[in-house]
Design a protein around this ligand. Sequence first.
Ligand code: GDP
Ligand code: IMO
Ligand code: MG
Length: 424
Amino acid sequence: MPTSVIVGAQWGDEGKGKIIDILSAKADYIVRYQGGNNAGHTVVIGKDSFILHLIPSGILHKGRICVIGNGVVIDPRALLEEIKMLESRGIKVDGRLFISEEAHVIFPYHKLLDELKEQKKKKIGTTKKGIGPCYADKVARSGIRIIDLLEEDTLKEKLQNNLEEKNAILARIYDAEGFDLNALLKEYADYGRKIKKYISNTKRILNDAVDKGKRVLFEGAQGTLLDVDYGTYPFVTSSNSTAGGASIGSGVGPGRIDKVIGVVKAYTTRVGEGPFPTEFGPDLMKKIRHKGNEFGATTGRPRRCGWFDSVVVRHAIMVNGLDELVVTKLDVLDELDSIKICTGYRFGKTVYDDFPSSIKALTGCQPVYEELPGWNKDTTHVTSYSALPENAKRYLKRMQAVLKTKIVLISVGSDRSQTFSKGA
Ligand code: GDP
Ligand code: IMO
Ligand code: MG
């Protein structure tokens, strides 16, 4: 493995946290490279359940080094809360967490602007964590970086410039109250002092680790279809959640990455607005949402559910260069008489094999389905591929054939133990 990237191959929440946790047993470094605390990665270990938003899921394995790379946007309040939560539960963070000097900082005005924009009719359905406005400032070259929190004069100058603009926008466009420079300066310089011990040149740390042959796992957040370039734009997040983002967001060049693994649910979900061709009707929606406990790990919102969409996953295989797939939540399909796989979309006279860029086509298209028999048996206690019901194997085999990519790992429950390899 030495360096592997794990990405979501659908619209997020594929079970990346669980898979990262399992792979972390054989890793030295685990790296978040994009997104922020919009992510919610769940790891279940026996009776304990952890939801990680910013800190890599590898933190739950003793001794692993965790890195938050330059491509991540950090809300220091959320970061400190997460560190506190972990330490209160006996997980040592100090000495194991390294945060890039170059990561950008989310300020309260980013969150407020995110919230206010979401009140408009044409909303995205964001997590309201300030992710989009923070990345917008980064690209506009007015963002404030983690290193700036350590230099009070730099922080003051940048914050002052930002507040002049943000307060004017808040007042004139949204009729909302602005922020006070001195109060923010005091609060954020204090965060700087508190997190100073974690702040590092993480690109040097990671490249040195790769030089030494250490095993590095890159933990993607969100999913391919939420990527700002390859997703269902504008119904996406504001970063590159695809594998290419791992290099940009960590400073480890593409030539040093050995493997890219995609995580897929055995069906499909998405949270927020935007097209979703294979979305269920109300009855199946209710049934699968309940059985799969499909409620957002970050916002608690009910997730939209639908059939497995191979057009989506083939697109993810291409744009990420996926070498292997992990299939999660197979058990959620245990109580169905028949199961559908979408193999293409029909829109007017056009049949799409490739994922269309047009939101109009995605919204108006009809999925083309293949139907397979269900297995109607509990798979949550299955511990090997060979012990799966025949129709479950048939479903996975068909999935693999349609996707032309090897499935290596299968998950049938949220616990670490409910995972097995597919074998040859
Ligand atoms: P992530 O954002 O990709 O890390 O995924 P989330 O943690 O947001 O959502 C995945 C949810 O599914 C979590 O509640 C997991 O505990 C749960 N989960 C993961 N794998 C399985 C599985 O194979 N079966 C079931 N039933 N639940 C799973
Ligand atoms: P993990 O890492 C699922 C979605 C939001 C919204 C869109 C933009 O847990 O898979 P944002 O707040 O990022 O500007 O919202 O992206 N979204 C996610 N959906 N899983 C996530 O993360 C998500 N992070 C953002 O619901 O549709
Ligand atoms: Mg999640």
